[in-house]
Design a protein around this ligand. Sequence first.
Ligand SMILES: *Cc1c(COP(=O)(O)O)cnc(C)c1O
Length: 323
Amino acid sequence: MNDTTTPLSYSDVEQAAARIEGAAHRTPVLTSRTADAMAGAQLFFKAENYQRMGAFKFRGAYNAISKFSEAQRQAGVLTFSSGNHAQAIALSAKLAGIKAAIIMPKDAPELKVRATQGYGGEVIFYDRYTENREEIGARLARERGMTLIPPYDHPDVIAGQGTAAKELFDEVGELDILLVPLGGGGLLAGCALAASKLSPNCTVIGVEPEAGNDGQQSLRSGQIVDIGVPQTIADGAQTSHLGQHNFAVIKKLVSDIVTVSDAQLVETMKFFAERMKMIVEPTGCLAAAAAMHGVVPVAGKKVGILISGGNVDLARFSKLVSA
Ligand SMILES: *Cc1c(COP(=O)(O)O)cnc(C)c1O
């Protein structure tokens, strides 16, 4: 099943880092004594909620668009996304001076739709429970000649996302464990590539929402498992299956995939707001929740935690944390 994938390596991440330099923020690495005490470990939070457009996805999108030929730039870029990748493509396209069309679910969070349109992206809505976004994307790519950059299943997207972990290792050195939120696997695969070179003894673990444990099932069974659209507050990880390119890397370099509950995500959102004074979206809390609720044994370890994004509107945020 994976014979169509391009083999990726650390050098792809390194090249991506050079391409996004100056365009993407080098996000801060935060620490918290309270979090360390709760986990009994030394935790390093890579705060991609402070990345441009509010999530790590700018890295992959900007890297992919940076590689466009003149003909590709003329026709523009097309994508489908539940939100953050849409904003990432819209912003990257605007910076590159090219057109962007984005296929989004009708029930995507309002903040993400408005932000995408605000960056100048053309939004095309679809029903995620009855229509197939991959098919719609392929048809539009054919009709308009635009280049499709999917949210995770693409070598340039994976390489770009890996620059988040590269920066983390560059800043804090080698780690015992790296915990990474997991949807379709762009971030996890990219971060695993970075770890394989910069911290080869680091155990890389993906963290999914409990209802969306397709990645865990896939890693355990050795093939991509599709579970349908999971119901979870982690809207950035509402993917039904891993990508081909992603799984090829994950199978090789990722030790385990664990799950956390929506209730644990809410507890973690509250912790970040109250103790670290920051807004993190539900999906952005996946990795931290695994460390701080004992899902992964981290005691005594030096642990990297990817906070993947911060895009949640205040009405939804206050509803979630006051329930
Ligand atoms: C997209 C996204 C994820 C999941 O990333 P994948 O590359 O699809 O695994 C996690 N967190 C946030 C905030 C996201 O936007």
